[in-house]
Design a binder for this molecule. Structure first.
Ligand code: WQD
Length: 338
């Protein structure tokens, strides 16, 4: 039985592909390259030394997706495919609802047709919105989303809940990611944002490599230890291993389960800038600017449930996150583009 990774050429998907193959699983990847590059697939094969089927398709294209299920013996699906830029989702809400919901509904119809009953969903801590308290548990209130991207994640979680109620043999695991950063130790795969990075770590690394002038720190008047935003940054390889643990879990459990994938440690923006400087011996110029609309002060996980039920916990620290980010960026100043 193979594991299908929709959107598997992307940042989290490519790292998960490597860890699944390291754990002895056979994989299939489908991706339309709307937010990734074919080079990523070549790099996954280079790192793993393994071949695997790849299909360049839009997951919302039902005939194309059915062909994948016809040809491949799929046992479980990890659903990464979806648009994920917060700011872009505010500017293009219909495109985000159309893409993220259509891909998911088409996938669920196709899984039903072919009797595939195990789905792991790439969800996000963004479904919590501004938390009442930190660290955040899976039982915290959800649905306080502040942008269409977050609403699509919230809606897909509710759709999967409904499927598990209607079909008692269906299993869904919702993985709520906190802030994925870092890159595979080879420096061959990593985060390759299109245009100017929205997220902090790729912005820092593009300043380090000279593509951008300085980091704008979005506000230093939050009620946090140094006034800058605090987040739970998790190394993408730890996150990938969390997916392997979820595959093992879903093979033996029915119904729906939710897990936070974070480190349970919060770092501020200034912590990240200084950690990057120390880990790599590079000065990162920054300037305090206005707050970014929609940002929250503090967000970090209580990841104890994943440790108890998945037997997983993050192992890599902030130095690894900074060193591995820099190795990828230094070796690939233009990401996967030539
Ligand atoms: C982190 C901190 C900013 C950029 C988002 C999505 C979330 C997930 C991860 C997809 C905040 C500050 C940032 C900059 C800054 N994405 N910052 N200057 O907003 O926590 O989460 O990305 O799943 O769903 O919501 O991540 O990296 O954008 O910001 O000061 O140039 O860095 O204010 O405190 P965020 P981020």
């Amino acid at each position: 039985m193979k594991i299908l990774l929709t959107g598997g050429a992307g940042y989290i998907g490519s790292h998960t592909a490597i860890e699944l193959m390291n754990a002895g699983y056979e994989i299939v990847i489908c991706d339309d390259f709307s937010n990734s590059k074919p080079e990523s697939i070549k790099r996954i094969k280079k790192i793993s030394g393994k071949e695997f089927p790849f299909y360049e398709i839009d997951v919302a294209d039902k005939p194309a997706l059915e062909e994948v299920f016809e040809k491949e013996n799929i046992g479980a699906v990890i659903h990464f495919a979806g648009y994920k830029a917060v700011g872009e989702s505010v500017a293009k809400p219909v495109s985000y609802y159309r893409n993220n919901l259509d891909t998911t509904l088409t996938l669920l119809e196709t899984m039903q047709k072919y009797g595939v009953k195990n789905l792991i969903f790439s969800s996000s801590a963004t479904v919590y919105g501004a938390p009442d308290e930190v660290p955040i548990k899976e039982t915290a209130v959800v649905g306080r989303c502040t942008n269409p991207y977050g609403w699509t994640k919230y809606m897909i979680e509710r759709i999967l809940e409904s499927v598990c109620v209607s079909d008692k043999t269906f299993s869904a695991v919702l993985l709520r990611y906190f802030n994925p950063v870092g890159a595979h130790i080879s420096g061959l795969i990593g985060e390759d944002p299109q245009g100017i990075p929205n997220n902090l770590m790729p912005y820092i690394s593009q300043v380090a490599v000279g593509k951008l002038k300085e980091v704008g720190v979005f506000g230093n008047d939050y009620p946090t230890k140094d006034g800058t935003g605090v987040r739970d940054y998790i190394h993408v390889v730890d996150l990938a291993k969390g997916h392997v643990a979820a595959v093992k879990y879903i093979e033996n459990n029915d119904g729906l389960e939710v897990f936070n994938l974070g480190t349970s440690v919060g770092y501020s923006v200034l912590d990240m800038i200084h950690a990057f400087e120390e880990a790599n011996g590079i000065k990162i110029p920054y300037r305090i600017t206005d707050r970014r609309p929609g940002d929250i002060a503090e967000c970090f996980a209580d990841a104890s449930k994943a440790k108890e039920k998945l037997g997983w916990q993050a192992e890599l620290g902030i130095v690894d996150m900074c060193r591995d980010t820099w190795r990828w960026q230094k070796n690939n100043p233009n990401g996967y583009s030539e």
